[in-house]
Design a protein around this ligand. Structure first.
Ligand code: NAD
Length: 360
């Protein structure tokens, strides 16, 4: 199969971690007989330095022409970098927002998986972490409260702010379909999270999700109120497979789920549109404090590349091989500095990439 990729190394540790993900992908291609055609584009600070803007029209066109985009991370030290003296629309993050918009990426996927070997980093009680967990949060990314009409007015000398939460059935249906499709590739369970006891938008959400569920009789659906879900995530995270939810609830719950894994350098993510196209990136930022030292953990980016194989190319066997390589390397006791613990062997970013490739 031909994999036509655009890569965005970005800023800070971005180029280091993307290099390792490419190393692993090239090994996958070699072993399973695929051809990777990759092209790097500039975004964020790297693009500001060369073009004066965080993303050029040409870079957008190149990303659109690819099958998938693999990204490191963008941005610099927000206190000291000259990029943050620029107006907001010319800062590094504006490039990412423009790319997400241009590609119509409405579904954000964030897996939260607790590796047995890293269970000590989990802040939950041992009897809960011992059971492990493996969930994926599917968050609607382009609608809801963050995109509704808003205004602040003054009435009779009293200031008043209004935000509106709007969803139409098409927006709900397309993300629900994604959740059921992804659940089919996992353990076949969707937990749809809403606030249907209070909000009309949640009642419509629940009705449309039920309609979509009728087309997926092999997937189990349950509904859960968002306040209960926030509690269940720390009480019994093992119960979840795919959590489907709207934009603001997903924003909060996905951070909570990441936190309970305890390891920021291990968390991958994907943003998808209604084709097979996706943007894949680690959940962490550009870590300017450790950039250029070859000590960053490349695993989140490598796991993002595995998601790309699974969701943009339907190469499940190859994705499994990458995920298995990560488990093997951890089991053998290799750790980058951020996840180092006693009795393990500390390795650099590039050594971790080598170890992972060798295990494919
Ligand atoms: P960060 O995630 O970059 O770093 C937080 C802490 O985690 C730092 O101590 C860092 O060294 C560590 N860390 C992060 N990733 C690591 C890895 N792979 N291996 C080892 N340690 C790792 O968050 P921040 O410091 O708040 O942000 C730094 C910059 O990144 C900012 O400019 C911010 O805007 C940007 N950012 C970008 C994205 C993105 O590109 N999608 C996301 C979040 C933040």
């Amino acid at each position: 199969m031909k994999l036509n990729l655009v890569c965005i190394p970005g800023d800070g540790i971005g180029p280091e971690i993307v290099a390792e993900a490419k190393k692993v992908l090239n090994r996958v291609a070699e072993k399973y007989g695929h051809e990777i055609i990759e092209k790097d584009i500039l975004m964020g600070g790297a693009s500001i330095d060369v073009h004066g803007v965080p993303l050029t029209e040409e870079a957008i066109a190149q990303a659109k022409a690819a099958d998938a985009v693999l990204m490191g991370s963008i941005g610099g030290d927000t206190n000291t970098s000259p990029w943050y003296q620029l107006p907001p629309n010319l800062r590094p993050e504006a490039g990412l927002l423009a790319l997400r918009k241009a590609l119509n990426l409405f579904a954000n996927l964030r897996p939260a998986y607790l590796y047995e070997e890293l269970a000590a980093a989990c802040p939950l009680k041992e009897e809960i972490s011992r059971a492990g967990f493996d969930m994926l949060i599917m968050r609607e990314l382009t609608g809801g409260l963050y995109f509704g009409e808003r205004k602040t007015v003054e009435e009779n000398g009293v200031r008043k702010a209004i935000d509106t939460l709007t969803y139409d059935e098409n927006e709900i249906r397309r993300i629900a379909i994604k959740a059921f499709e992804v659940a089919r590739k996992r353990r076949g369970k969707v937990t749809s999270v809403d606030k249907a006891n209070v909000l009309d938008s949640s009642r419509l959400w629940r009705a449309v999700v039920n309609e979509v569920a009728a087309d997926y009789p092999d997937v189990t659906l349950e509904h859960m109120l968002v306040d209960n879900c926030a509690m269940q995530l720390v009480k019994d995270p093992a119960q979840f497979d795919v959590i489907l939810t709207e934009n603001m609830f997903g924003d909060i719950l996905s951070d909570e789920a990441s936190m309970v894994t305890g390891s920021i350098g291990m968390l991958s993510s994907a943003s998808l549109n209604d084709t097979k196209f996706g943007l894949y990136e680690p959940s962490h930022g550009s870590a300017p404090d450790i950039a250029g030292k070859n000590i960053a953990n490349p695993i989140a980016t490598v796991l993002s590349a595995a998601m790309m194989l699974r969701y943009s190319f339907d190469l499940d066997k190859e994705a499994d091989a990458v995920e298995e390589a990560v488990r093997k390397v951890l089991k053998e006791g290799y750790r980058t500095a951020d996840i180092m613990s006693e009795g393990c062997q500390k390795v650099s970013c590039s050594q971790m990439g080598d170890l992972l490739s060798e295990r494919i």
